[in-house]
Design a protein around this ligand. Sequence first.
Ligand code: ADP
Length: 294
Amino acid sequence: MKTYEDLAGDGGSNIVDQVVSQREKLRGRLDKIKHKISIMSGKGGVGKSSMTANIAGCLADRGFKVGILDADLNGPSMCQLLGIDNKEKLNIDKEGVDPSIGALDIKVMSMDSLLPSPDSPVMWTDDGASAVWVSTMECTALRELLADTNWGELDYLLIDMPPGSDRIDNIRDLIPELEGVVEVTIPSALSQHIVSKSITKNNNLGVKIIGLIENMASYICPHCDEEGALFEGDDVKELSEKKEIPFIGRIPFDPRISKKSQSGKLFFNDFKDSITGKAISQAVDNILKSIPNT
Ligand code: ADP
């Protein structure tokens, strides 16, 4: 048995070379992707993943090459939202793993495609693992999903973050050239309270906030396309003014968004000319305006 005294240098693990080669691999992938944007929220269930999928749909519809990294490792939903059969085996070769291809040719890498069955949870380790250990493993998994995926040339990579603001420091470290984050909230006071923490954290980390989207802002009747009030809540625009970040979109509650996703179809693909489709397009215009050279 070796003791610490017996170990010379790195003990034969060649750890420095391993780290350097991992970094080079990650850099090689990221250099082929022009713009990287994270989509975040405070609370879960506010429509962050639906917005990610439909913003990606809008970008793809405009002719851009788009990929999505489903960084919501414990609650992945991108396969469902983009109509990807997660029972299909991913193609793996010596270069890495090919992403799944969803609606509008959007490339997706999601934990969902790596799990043994659609209802399998992610099991990081045996029960009782400490939060620090789980966090370390989640960070490693994110690095591998980014670096081992054959993304190819992309115009945009959207990163659908888990709810809350826990993983943004990892993403910022892995992708220092990140364009910034889009924050999503619904009008409820609770959602705004929690998203404001996420905004503060990004400000403290020096991560640029591209802007705030208010989702489920009003109700669109699926029969007549008329718009009406849905929630009573503080004005989300006021929150953006208070936090000094751009207010970039007001997306109505539209039952067709969830209906489409249940059948594995992308809302934007079929309804880009509806009031909601146009609101998503408007948000995308604002996102593009904030990114140089687009
Ligand atoms: P999150 O990623 O924040 O957890 P999801 O995108 O999974 O939220 O959305 C939660 C639920 O709300 C889903 O059933 C989704 O279809 C629905 N949803 C999201 N945005 C809208 C919207 N604008 N109108 C109607 N339903 C929506």
